[in-house]
Design a protein around this ligand. Structure first.
Ligand SMILES: *[C@@H]1O[C@H](CO)[C@@H](O)[C@H](O)[C@H]1NC(C)=O
Length: 296
């Protein structure tokens, strides 16, 4: 009897353990996570000292294990010794909640709070570098990345957005959780730089510290989140940093047919990458991401 109990407990601990070199699900209590966002983690077998952390957020219809494969970050984490956190949407359809007031607020009790607590827990457990916490994501995960940058500027140093919308653009006037916002998706939510910047600032009122460096990618043939969302997102972060969205400091050829516009010098704070001929399903430029994060 006791032996069986002991064996069962051992098996449970083994199931819950984080295995370096494999994607693992964290089942232990890591802090407040009111929406029960799933927590997957990848810890490389050779972890660097004071490792960076990267939060990787999946698209709708996606999952943490699916994005672990498709974003192809494992070889990068193995090479550079950083930890990856993969949040997993708890909703059917597996978008993240980008519409409720709770998720759009610093420690407001939404999805973003759960993810922030994954980061805080990982920082502590692995003695990770609090100055090297980054985020990227695709589509719903790109929206999440923008919103994490807005709600937790104290946690994130840089972020990369693959086909998203401005932070707050998916807000629901009825304060619904995980609501689709067609006005925004269709590119009809348009505002001034100042207005969009105030949406960001209102997600963490009173915060005066540094803001994450933002890199944005969008395709001009995107029919899911219409390309005007690129313009609005650039306006938003330009407003936050105090740049003129119409006047990048430089413009150059980027990767795979994208044109890169940059604001800020000598440190680039904002980079927009636009390719008129690609649609919604953007590839993740992993090694270029490493440069933006300053990991490479
Ligand atoms: C959709 O988002 C916009 C802001 O982008 C907001 O003004 C509008 O009320 C939202 N629509 C709904 C139905 O909640």
């Amino acid at each position: 009897m006791y032996l069986i109990q002991a064996l069962l407990i051992t098996a449970q601990v083994a199931l819950a353990a984080i295995t370096p070199g494999s994607l693992s699900q964290v089942t232990e209590n890591f802090g407040s996570n009111p929406r029960k966002v799933g927590f997957y983690i990848y810890v490389p077998t050779k972890l660097s000292e004071n490792p960076p952390i990267v939060v990787a957020s999946h698209h709708c219809q996606g999952t943490a294990p699916g994005y672990f494969k498709s974003s192809n970050y494992k070889p990068l984490a193995d090479k550079h010794g950083f930890i990856i956190i993969y949040p997993n949407s708890p909703y059917s359809g597996t978008c993240f909640d980008m519409s409720s007031k709770a998720t759009l607020t610093h420690d407001g009790g939404g999805d973003t709070t759960g993810i922030a607590n994954m980061v805080r827990w990982t920082l502590e457990k692995y003695k990770a570098n609090p100055k090297k916490v980054f985020a990227f994501g695709t589509s719903s995960g790109a929206m999440m990345t923008n919103v994490l940058a807005a709600t937790y500027p104290d946690l994130f140093a840089a972020a990369i957005v693959y086909a998203g919308v401005p932070a707050g653009c998916f807000m629901s006037s009825a304060n619904a959780i995980n609501a689709w916002n067609s006005t925004c998706a269709n590119g009809q939510s348009s505002a001034s730089s100042e207005k969009w910047a105030s949406v960001v600032k209102n997600m963490y009122p009173g915060y005066t510290g540094p803001r994450p460096r933002m890199q944005i990618y969008h395709g001009g043939a995107d029919t899911t989140l219409k390309p005007n969302n690129y313009k609005e997102t650039i306006k938003q972060w330009a407003g936050v940093f105090g740049f003129d969205a119409e006047k990048p400091a430089s413009k150059a050829a980027g990767p795979s047919g994208f044109t890169s516009s940059r604001w800020g010098s000598p440190v680039v704070q904002l980079e927009g990458n636009f390719n008129p001929s690609v649609g919604h399903n953007l590839q993740v430029f992993g090694s270029r991401d490493m440069e933006w994060f300053g990991i490479a």
